[in-house]
Write a protein that binds this ligand. Structure first.
Ligand code: MN
Ligand code: MN
Length: 291
């Protein structure tokens, strides 16, 4: 890895760590959901960094991919389990980190995902496989009485690329990728009181351009113009302005220009926690960029 690239990853990680630790305490009973989202995204910009994706704030059985919508009037309630997932980038080099705020009495659930993350980080070094990391995550979460979410994974990171190989499972899998020095990836265990499988909800607030080809309709062109500076990183519906946005986003998903990220949820009434750090594999271990 070139020095400049390493520096960008390390600095993005420091910013992400600082912003997340300042932001988790903003989640309090009665606080405004969109207010917290706006405040955190503003903190990232004030640090001189970019958002690698819209701030994700996902409640209770929702594991990931929720964020504020236009006109969102939600507030946090006593008992909520709130995942805050933050992505920061410098020159496209990404730091991806997350934590969970417990507004009820779910400390053990929150600690389960944290313990699994620490266990996995302690194992990272060249030669170990991602399947072994998944096994360690699963073992830790199950020992604490919860289930890992089997169909959510950690992922490699590249310049302006939020999901690259390797995939880092949260359950044991045979034949995962073997880690090599210089790999950059996020590890993100999810612990749940539910089934351990998430499915798409109808709510979609986050999209990503995946096809770099002009659109024909004027309304579609206007949206692609507004997201061009994302350079393929995800964006929020609320960042767009203009008319006929919903129908045009749907058309752009159908035409293959955009990928939609529906809110992912376990079964109703369940609670999900998440912890996440970004690591760079070194000769004998790893650097955690987001500590
Ligand atoms: Mn994340
Ligand atoms: Mn991630």
């Amino acid at each position: 890895m070139k020095d400049g690239v390493l520096d960008a990853y390390l600095e993005a990680g420091k910013i992400a760590s600082r912003v997340l630790s300042r932001s988790l305490p903003l989640v309090r009973v009665g606080a405004s959901f969109p207010g917290v989202v706006e405040e955190v995204e503003t903190l990232v910009r004030k640090e001189g960094a970019g958002l690698a994706f819209p701030l994700n704030l996902s409640l209770n059985e929702a594991a990931a991919h929720d964020t504020a919508s236009a006109g969102d009037d939600r507030t946090f309630a006593a008992g909520d389990v709130v995942k805050m997932d933050l992505g920061v980038h410098l020159d496209g080099y990404i730091a991806d980190t997350a934590g969970t705020v417990d507004l009820g009495e779910n400390g053990p659930l929150v600690r389960a995902s944290q313990a699994a993350l620490e266990k996995a980080i302690s194992l990272v070094r060249p030669g170990i496989s991602t399947g072994d990391l998944g096994g360690a995550i699963q073992g830790e979460i199950e020992a604490l009485g919860f289930r890992p979410v089997a169909n959510l994974t950690g992922h490699g990171l590249g310049q302006y690329e939020i999901h690259t190989p390797p995939t880092v499972p949260n359950v044991h899998l045979a034949g995962g990728a073997v880690l090599k020095e210089g790999m950059v990836f996020a590890i993100e265990p999810f612990a749940t009181t539910g089934t351990g499988f998430v499915s798409d909800s109808p709510r979609v607030q986050i999209f990503q351009q995946v096809l770099d080809r002009p659109a024909r309709l004027p309304a579609a062109k206007r949206i692609l113009d507004q997201v061009r500076d994302r350079r393929g990183l995800p964006f929020a519906r609320r960042w767009l302005s203009g008319e006929k946005i919903e129908i045009t986003l749907s058309a752009l998903v159908r035409s293959g220009h955009l990928h939609a990220y529906p809110v992912l949820r376990d079964v109703p009434g369940s609670l999900v926690s998440q912890a996440e750090h970004t690591v760079i594999v070194t000769g004998d271990g790893c650097i955690v960029t987001t500590r």
